[in-house]
Design a protein around this ligand. Structure first.
Ligand code: GLU
Length: 293
């Protein structure tokens, strides 16, 4: 049997909170229970929002919690070449197209399309699907814009990808989705529309780099928050397109605040360092997030 490999993959764009602590400790517990490995990956492709002090705080907070992880830690910003190579393969296969529309233009397009009262399709996170204009552009229009230096992202041609790789796509879920989905869960990538595969400023996106890294690092079990359950549909499709073996997925409950809302870095919710500074012993954190001690 292959040795199980787990990972905790935070983005260093803010302080870790109790929700991260739960996810990291659950991964660590599962690795220990199965004699598996626990890896730490720093998901810092967003070089604008990622900051070295947040990365240092991640190491500090996890060590405070008593966790240890394999070295070296994979830092995504050091591996743009890996993502670029996968992106180039998708470009060659005409599975992605350059997308020039700005956010504002897309918003205006959707508002206009909804004027007659017909709602524009939304993805599982509630964001409108990308308008079709970029996909439908003629080759000469694309080439002219590229030659003019217009910035562009790369979007997945969902219809083309599904017709070639969409067959029977599911994943093994050992946790649960928001509606209790478990077992062999059918993937529904079409619910996301033409997702962004590479951003205007970098040759990747969360979806692309997460599937590449999970495969490159030999992750056998992806244990992460239920807020990423639906994103797994995109991940399964990308794995098929890139010929990658899918891991087993385990989506866990989210740690909520006293008002029952999801914790967020942006709200500065219950940062682990704040708890530490308030004199809370690390041992109490397990109980606070509902893990047995
Ligand atoms: N980097 C992502 C986050 O901090 C987690 C990605 C994942 O576990 O797939 O939300």
């Amino acid at each position: 049997m292959t040795q199980p490999v787990f990972r905790f993959a935070p983005s260093p764009n803010g302080p870790l909170h109790l929700g991260h602590a739960y996810s990291a400790m659950l991964n660590h517990d599962m690795a220990r229970a199965t004699e598996g490995l626990f890896l730490l990956r720093i998901e810092d492709i967003d070089t604008g929002r990622s900051q070295p002090e947040f990365e240092r705080a991640i190491f500090h907070d996890l060590a405070w919690l008593g966790l240890d992880w394999e070295e070296p830690v994979r830092r995504q910003s050091e591996h743009f070449d890996d993502y670029r190579a996968a992106l180039d393969a998708l470009i060659d296969e005409e599975l992605v197209y350059p997308a020039f529309m700005s956010r504002g233009e897309a918003r205006a397009f959707v508002a206009e399309a909804e004027q007659d009262g017909t709602p524009w399709p939304r993805d599982p996170d509630g964001a409108p699907h990308a308008p079709p204009l970029d996909r439908e552009r003629s080759a000469s229009d694309r080439n002219r814009r590229m030659a003019d230096g217009d910035p562009y992202a790369w979007r997945l041609d969902m219809a083309a990808a599904l017709s070639r790789f969409g067959g029977k796509l599911d994943w093994e879920e050992t946790g649960a989705g928001p509606d209790g989905e478990a077992g062999a869960v059918p993937a529904d990538p079409a619910s996301w529309g033409d997702v962004m595969i590479a951003r205007k400023d970098i040759p990747t996106s969360y979806h692309l780099s997460v599937v590449i890294d999970d495969a490159l690092q030999g992750i056998t079990h992806v244990v992460r928050g239920r807020d990423l359950f639906h994103a797994t549909s995109v991940h399964r499709l990308l794995q098929e397109m890139l010929g990658l073996t899918p891991p087993i997925y385990h989506h866990h409950r989210l740690v909520l605040d006293d008002a029952g809302r999801k914790l967020a870095k942006s709200k500065g919710d219950r940062g682990l360092s704040a708890l530490r500074e308030a004199g809370i012993p690390a041992g109490d954190v397990r109980r606070m997030v509902g893990l047995e001690s």
